[in-house]
Design a protein around this ligand. Structure first.
Ligand code: BGC
Length: 722
């Protein structure tokens, strides 16, 4: 439908009809929904009219070609202008074929893998009738206590931005109007939700505008630069004002500065929550703040539908604000091709073919293998195929490896670790026992596991957190493995047998109680539907681990937040091995994290040599290159992720000790070497000054190249004036 026709449509709509377009309701409100039809209940509870449901603009959480088609059909019978509904849902890391959690995908350092995962998720969702996914979540995260770190790709603005773009490309493709195997993306949660104080969900966020712009905003911006259609507000405050009613953030930065003219949706209940925040005295004032900030869709509250008309009648709100919002929603519907075909991709036949297809599972397996990070290996991995293995732990035979936000994912579809292992070696060589539950244990379980362990040559422990221990509202103050699992490790360690730990979890953990006891540790995260198969591929060396951490693993929770791109302070501790007085440190733990950003082992080993720089001076108009030669000194082929970091040694404001600026993934055969060259240009040296101006300063810089953010080779250069 052409733009002009939408304008005409808008003119025909009454004010009430327009306002109703701005509400998003969950499925129980709709005739034709599997859990719907009883309408009166939810309507009464929410305090809205039946008329509103008839004119509402979008639905949350409907899926399945049959259900979405039914809802749309019933709705269109009643809607006076024949405006189709938009179906939106949280398709975060897969629809039915579940991919690793985004934090794990972040550890792949592989944008192509991320894009492919999103394309599969989009396809499965689209044939089930979904039009918009509430993803990607690109909140930068530094606190592993926060349950939602599992939804993010980690602590680095550069890496997060790459992934933000890749996910958007995967979800949306290049032609949403005609390609009905894709869905529109909605980047969230704008902004800085990842900085909740104390890692407690929904908590206060407090930061300078410089930090906001430099660390937190780039990934949202990257998603929009890639053409992301929608933005979701966050629950938190930004500079004292809840994001959902934050005019400087939404009108100022998002709309005016960045030119975003797509649909902005509130997070669930976030408009009403401005009353609890204490910036609105009632729901009417909350509605006023949100519409003035430019929020188009009110997710699941009655604030807009019950108050906007009154606010217009009493002159507090200009009707043009409503028109703007409705126009954006109608334009999105037009872009998705809904006026021509309100059922869009929904197709029961295609659904049967596409959802959980072998092809999709194959991609999920590949992505899962790329996302695991080998944290330790004292020569016990890969496993030998003639070894007697005791597979022990609460995740040995457990389908709870999908992680939070898996919506249609089913645990019974998941390949468990035991199933994966049994595809690799003879059944007679594998015993399997629980040892304990995830957080409670029984004596008999422990005794059985110890007996099984005594019979085996090597122990493979499957440990971790249940899905509900991370995700929204699931924060932990103690991020160790549950005590009962630590006990299990201790008892089994006492047998003196080689021991491998495979971890299934949604956040960086404090690994005390397992990291010293186990001879090898593989961080599998929540690897998704094909998790057990992918982990077995790695354990037996059919694939070589290549993941690198996208978020630091703290030594203990007392260090949190601990992240690689921190400031130096005036009294830095220069050597963790030596006791230094009156420096910035703890008395009882080191400053360094247990595993730094960028870290990950391989079954190959890589040697870095011949660091070189093309010139020790550059100008804004000339670039320089830095290079290093990497050799695979191991006995198997492997992938290395060569990382480039920069530091401005003297800025107008303090600069991080390192910032990731580029990386290259290379595959090397045993004995093979390759010289990797990075180009450094002036734009990589810019930062936000005291007045927030974004530019570089002449002066000394250090370039660091290495396999992670800690073990680097450094080279210096000077930026001269042009
Ligand atoms: C979450 C969002 C999600 C929304 C809709 C909220 O509670 O914060 O991330 O998209 O619910 O399910």
């Amino acid at each position: 439908m052409a733009h002009i026709k939408i304008d005409e449509l808008l003119k025909k709509m009454t004010l009430e009809e327009k306002i109703d377009q701005l509400i998003q309701l969950a499925t129980p409100f709709y005739k034709g929904a599997s859990d719907g039809g009883q309408i009166t209940g939810p309507i009464e509870e929410m305090g809205i009219s039946e008329e509103t449901v008839r004119n509402s603009g979008s639905v949350l959480g409907a899926s399945g070609a049959k259900e979405t088609t039914n809802i749309q059909k019933e709705y269109l019978k009643d809607n006076p202008h024949g405006i189709p509904l938009l179906f939106m849902a949280d398709v975060v890391h897969g629809f039915r074929t579940i991919f690793p959690i985004p934090l794990a995908i972040g550890c792949s350092w592989d944008a192509d893998a991320a894009e492919r995962s999103a394309a599969v998720a989009a396809h499965e969702a689209a044939v089930s009738g979904v039009h918009v996914t509430f993803a990607p979540m690109v909140d930068l995260v530094r606190d592993p206590r926060w349950g939602r770190v599992m939804e993010s790709t980690g602590e680095d603005p550069y890496l997060n931005s790459l992934f933000a773009r890749a996910f958007v490309r995967g979800f949306q493709g290049s032609d949403l109007t005609n390609d009905h195997s894709r869905v529109a993306a909605c980047v969230k949660h704008f902004a800085a939700y990842g900085a909740a104080e104390g890692g407690r969900d929904y908590n206060t966020v407090e930061m300078s505008e410089r930090t906001l712009r430099e660390q937190y905003l780039p990934a949202y911006k990257a998603a929009l630069d890639e053409g992301c259609e929608m933005v979701m507000t966050s629950f938190n405050i930004v500079d004292g004002i809840p994001a959902t009613g934050n005019k400087p953030l939404m009108r100022g930065i998002l709309r005016e500065e960045w030119g975003f003219d797509g649909v902005l949706i509130s997070d669930w209940d976030a408009i009403r929550e401005m009353v609890d925040h204490g910036v609105a005295s009632d729901e009417a004032e909350a509605a006023l703040l949100a519409i003035e900030a430019g929020v188009d869709i009110d997710m699941m509250t009655r604030c807009y539908v019950n108050n906007l008309k009154k606010l217009i009648d009493n002159g507090a709100v200009d009707e043009s604000l409503i028109d703007e919002a409705v126009l954006r929603i109608l334009q999105l519907k037009a872009k998705l091709g809904l006026f021509e075909n309100p059922y869009r991709g929904a197709d029961e036949e295609r659904e049967k073919e596409v959802v959980l297809s072998d092809a999709n599972r194959k991609i999920a397996r590949e992505v899962a293998a790329k996302s695991c990070v080998l944290l330790k290996n004292d020569g016990v991995l890969p496993l030998k195929r003639d070894q007697k293995i005791a597979l022990i732990g609460p995740f040995a035979e457990n389908g709870d490896i999908l992680g939070s936000w898996s919506w249609h994912g089913k645990r019974e579809d998941a390949v468990t670790l035991r199933e994966g292992v049994l595809k690799k070696i003879d059944t007679s060589l594998v015993s399997s026992s629980k040892g304990c539950g995830i957080d409670v244990g029984k004596d008999e379980q422990l005794t059985a596991a110890i007996e099984a362990a005594k019979e085996a040559e090597i122990l493979v422990l499957a440990l971790g957190e249940r899905s509900e221990m991370s995700g929204e509202a699931n924060c932990r103050a103690d991020i160790r493995l549950p005590q009962v699992q630590i006990e299990l490790v201790r008892k089994l360690h006492a047998l003196g047998k080689p021991m491998v730990a495979v971890l299934f979890n949604g956040r960086p953990l404090d690994l005390h109680g397992v990291i010293d006891e186990a001879d090898a540790v593989l961080e599998a995260w929540f690897p998704g539907t094909e998790g057990g198969a992918a982990v077995a591929d790695l354990l037996f060396g059919d694939l070589n681990p290549s993941g690198r951490l996208s978020m630091s693993f703290p030594y203990s929770v007392g260090q949190v937040p601990v992240y690689y791109n921190s400031f130096n302070t005036g009294r830095p501790k220069t050597n963790d091995e030596v006791d230094q007085a009156y420096v910035s440190k703890y008395l009882d733990i080191p400053n360094s994290p247990l595993f730094p950003f960028g870290f990950g082992l391989s079954y190959s080993s890589f040697e870095y040599s011949n660091p070189a720089i093309s010139s020790h001076e550059m100008t804004p108009d000339s670039s320089i290159t830095v290079s290093v030669t990497i050799k695979n000194t191991g006995s198997v082929a492997g992938e290395e992720t060569v990382q480039l970091y920069l530091r401005d040694m003297s800025g107008e404001v303090v600069r991080p000790v390192k910032e990731l600026k580029a990386f290259k993934k290379i595959a090397l055969e045993p004995g093979q070497n390759e010289t990797i060259t990075f180009t450094i240009t002036e734009d990589m040296l810019r930062y936000h000054h005291a007045n927030l101006e974004y530019k570089s300063d002449p002066g000394l810089f250090t370039a660091f190249i290495g396999p992670n953010s800690r073990d680097v080779i450094s080279l210096s250069f000077t930026l001269k004036k042009s």
